[in-house]
Design a protein around this ligand. Structure first.
Ligand code: ZN
Ligand code: ZN
Length: 404
């Protein structure tokens, strides 16, 4: 039997005033998820551990079976890998923003008016330079985002940030440990040189209005070295896997964890993504792979925006597309979220998430609807994120016997 894990990012929520005290998942019409809940088993899941507020990256590491507290080394390497930049042992990787500063290094706009054109040319001006004996690998991402990889001897990721996050002056990076002294020095020099190279760049010449601020500096953050992730296939008794995911953070994480990425035209990692194409690609991938992860980012975005009605409608759209997985044979299917992003909080919380598993031959519980409150009394009980994949593999008959 095969395994399919559907992750609706940040889908879990709390009761909402706009929805008469229901959560978006309770308010949404989700006949297909309900059907799978009815035919399968539901429960609640602490994705990392009770009371721990997951990031999307640490949450996905846990859902892939790993202990994020052991393997997580910062967000930068995942963003870099998700943007198509290779990250090697010894590298230090960052995620970056193109930003706007004045001549005194005061940050005027951390996103350079959300610049979306010409960032490839700006990146070309920076990529490939050398600072001391360190190679600078730099690539633009979506809109104002970019990634930076430092490559060379003697690097260490434990440094403070240059990005002030609010308004204020660009900060000077400092080492948190003596071994990181060189890395902080290189990053400070990189930040300064990015300003020198970008301030008069042709792309910025016609960006001088308050609505189109020049992208005249790069602010890097989230430094990390490649994660200590074991091989997915070895870790999971020979399972090979693939991921259908649009957003770069989770793409990079899946790729560095040893899953193949399946590119789907129209998959954007945002609200305008082609949900149907992603579902179809994931189902097709089951022909080739033992395990397929299918990820939808948008519920989390509605949660951060505090838009409970929008989140409800989007969950309905996902459910409609999931109709096709009702016809998938010989597969343990799981639907869950990587964390809660309650619209009332507009950020991630530690509330456990609902989880359902369905597959041929499984026992049923008495749950008939898929949502946070019904899941509390489901047959799966209360599980932890890192146990999920192992449990699915067990239900699929793919784990060896422990003992005689
Ligand atoms: Zn997330
Ligand atoms: Zn989020």
């Amino acid at each position: 039997m095969k395994l399919m894990l559907v992750i609706c990012d940040g889908m879990a929520d709390r009761p909402s005033k706009e929805l008469n005290g229901m959560t978006p998942l309770e308010a949404a019409e989700v006949p297909n998820m309900d059907k799978l809940a009815k035919l399968g088993q539901s429960g609640l899941m602490d994705v990392i551990a009770p009371g721990i507020v997951p990031g999307s990256d640490t949450a996905h590491l846990a859902l892939l079976g790993f202990d994020p507290r052991k393997v997580y080394t910062g967000r930068g390497p995942f963003e870099a890998a998700g943007t198509g930049v290779e990250v090697r042992k010894g590298d230090v990787a960052f995620r970056c923003n193109f930003a706007t500063v004045d001549e005194n290094m005061n940050v005027l706009d951390r996103r350079a008016s959300r610049i979306s054109e010409g960032t490839d040319q700006l990146a070309q001006a920076i990529n490939g330079m050398k600072i001391e004996d360190i190679e600078i690998i730099f690539k633009e991402g979506v809109d104002h985002r970019a990634v930076l990889v430092l490559r060379g001897p003697g690097l260490h990721p434990d440094i403070t940030e240059v990005d002030p996050h609010e308004s204020g002056k660009v900060l000077e990076s400092k080492p948190n440990v003596p071994e990181a002294e060189k890395t902080a020095r290189i990053l400070n020099e990189f930040t300064k040189r990015s300003y020198d190279l970008l301030k008069l760049h042709p792309v910025n010449i016609d960006r001088q209005s308050p609505l189109r601020q020049p992208a005249n500096i790069v602010l890097a953050r989230g430094s990390g070295s490649p994660p200590n992730v074991p091989s997915f296939t070895e870790y999971h008794n020979g399972l090979n896997g693939a991921a259908v995911v649009g957003i770069s953070l989770v793409r990079g994480l899946c790729s560095l964890s040893g899953l193949d990425l399946i590119d789907v035209p129209g998959a954007t990692g945002s609200i305008d993504t082609d949900i149907n194409a992603k579902v179809e690609a994931a189902i097709e991938a089951l022909d080739t792979y033992d395990f397929v992860l299918l990820h939808f980012k948008a519920p989390d975005l509605f949660g951060h925006d505090g838009d409970a009605k929008g989140k409800t409608q989007y969950i309905q759209k996902i459910d409609l597309a999931l109709e096709k997985i009702l016809h998938v044979k010989n597969t343990i299917i799981c639907i869950t979220a990587d964390h809660s992003t309650p619209c009332s909080v507009m950020d991630h919380t530690a509330d456990p998430v609902p989880v359902l598993v369905y597959g041929p031959g499984l026992r049923h519980d008495s749950i008939e609807c898929f949502n946070e409150s019904d899941a509390m009394s489901g047959g799966l009980g209360h599980i932890k994120g890192h146990e999920l994949l192992q449990m699915m593999a067990g239900l699929a008959g793919r784990n060896p016997k422990f003992g005689a």
